[in-house]
Write a protein that binds this ligand. Structure first.
Ligand SMILES: Nc1nc2c(ncn2[C@@H]2O[C@H](COP(=O)(O)OP(=O)(O)O)[C@@H](O)[C@H]2O)c(=O)[nH]1
Ligand SMILES: [Mg+2]
Length: 353
């Protein structure tokens, strides 16, 4: 079996965490698996990809644009994984992406008939998003929350460790009612729970190849996209004297970015900040909304002197403001730690064009 699955789902729903957990689980219990991180930064390395590699995952990245518009590159990448003995390959798409069912599944099938065995089109969702959909409080972004799920053959309700049994059942029932075409599973990627059921659903299941009407490019699509900006930064930080506490530096930057974006009146659905030193020790912090606490996903084990770092942010904020706040924050906090910064790559753009 040589399967390919797309994992869609909103920013922060847990696509990367699930792909990492599943790649490891599937390789240990079923057959070799691999994951591809896909995002829009041009010629930048992605925080998600670096994180997966630092954790020892069989991972690669596809940058520059959504895999929706890279059918040929994707087909080449899949072939090389299958030649290498992989039986399951998973790729995500950017966290506000829609249309991958058409552009990736139908695109691959039309260009390379019979070559790729497509697993159910999988969409991750977290409890918070289910609550927003139930309450109808998503505003302009509701189009994205809803349309991603409309595309699903398989809905994976992730972060079930955050819910009690009743809430889980209620959310699963609600999702089944609202998206009757999809199978619904409940997992916790963080605790590696539900991975056998997910493996089986992907291994045994088939993509439906439905063509739901999603209003791609329409008014609601443009209204949602027009509010989102993307920021990518890749830099090096060298300490001037002695060593320093990388964990405190990461947390302080994340905290300052959250405060400054909030002060400016905007929202950050997801930003991630990852830094690592030459021996492979690393730290990672995530923010999943200005109303939430910062999540420390991984801590440096030792003090450090020389770091590579990547910051990726998706914000509901004009690109110019996002870039300025992010750069001011990184520089101001790093000055406090007497770090010398070298920026290798910086890119910021609005999705509305
Ligand atoms: N509690 C909990 N947190 C999770 C789970 N899966 C992912 N997360 C956290 O959610 C945040 C976003 O996860 P990530 O995989 O980067 O989401 P992505 O943007 O969809 O790729 C990170 O802070 C993760 O640690 C889970 O099963 N339970
Ligand atoms: Mg991700």
């Amino acid at each position: 079996m040589k399967k390919f699955a797309v994992f869609s789902g909103f920013l922060g729903s847990g696509k990367t965490t699930t792909m990492m957990a599943l790649t490891d689980y599937y390789t240990a219990h079923h057959g070799r698996a691999a994951m591809i991180s896909n995002d829009l930064g041009h010629g930048v390395t992605l925080a998600d990809h670096c994180y997966a590699r630092l954790c020892g995952c069989n991972a690669s990245e596809m940058t520059d644009e959504c895999i929706c518009y890279q059918n040929e590159n994707l087909a080449d990448r899949l072939r090389s994984y299958y030649d290498d003995g992989c039986e399951l390959v998973i790729s995500d798409i950017p966290g506000f992406g829609v249309g991958a069912l058409e552009h990736v599944y139908h695109g691959l099938t039309e260009k390379y008939p019979g070559e790729f065995d497509l697993a159910p089109f999988t969409v991750l969702v977290e409890p918070r998003t289910v609550a927003i959909l139930r309450d109808g409080t998503g505003g302009d972004l509701e189009y994205l929350y809803d349309t991603q799920l409309v595309e699903a053959d398989l809905i994976v309700l992730n972060k079930c460790d955050l819910m009690d049994e009743n809430r889980r059942e209620e959310d699963v029932r609600w999702l089944r009612g609202r998206y009757p075409e999809a199978e619904v599973l409940c997992i916790s990627a963080l605790r590696a729970e539900g991975l056998e059921e997910l493996s089986q659903a992907l291994a045994r299941g088939k993509a439906s190849m439905r063509r739901p009407e999603i209003g791609y490019g329409g008014e609601a699509f443009r209204a949602a996209m027009g509010r989102i900006s993307e920021f990518y930064l890749q830099f090096r930080a060298v300490v001037c004297c002695n060593d320093f506490d990388g964990n405190a530096w990461l947390s302080e930057m994340a905290g300052a970015l959250k405060t400054e974006i909030e002060k400016a009146g905007y929202e950050v659905p997801h930003f991630k900040l990852l830094a690592w030193e030459p021996e492979g020790d690393f730290g990672k912090v995530d923010l999943l909304g200005t109303e939430r606490e910062i999540e420390v996903n991984h801590r440096f084990a030792r003090p450090c002197t020389d770091l590579a770092a990547v910051l990726n942010a998706s914000a509901v904020c004009p690109a110019g403001i996002l870039e300025q706040v992010a750069m001011d924050t990184v520089r101001t906090v790093s000055d406090r730690y007497q770090l010398e910064l070298t920026v290798f790559k910086k890119e910021c753009f609005g999705m509305g064009g």
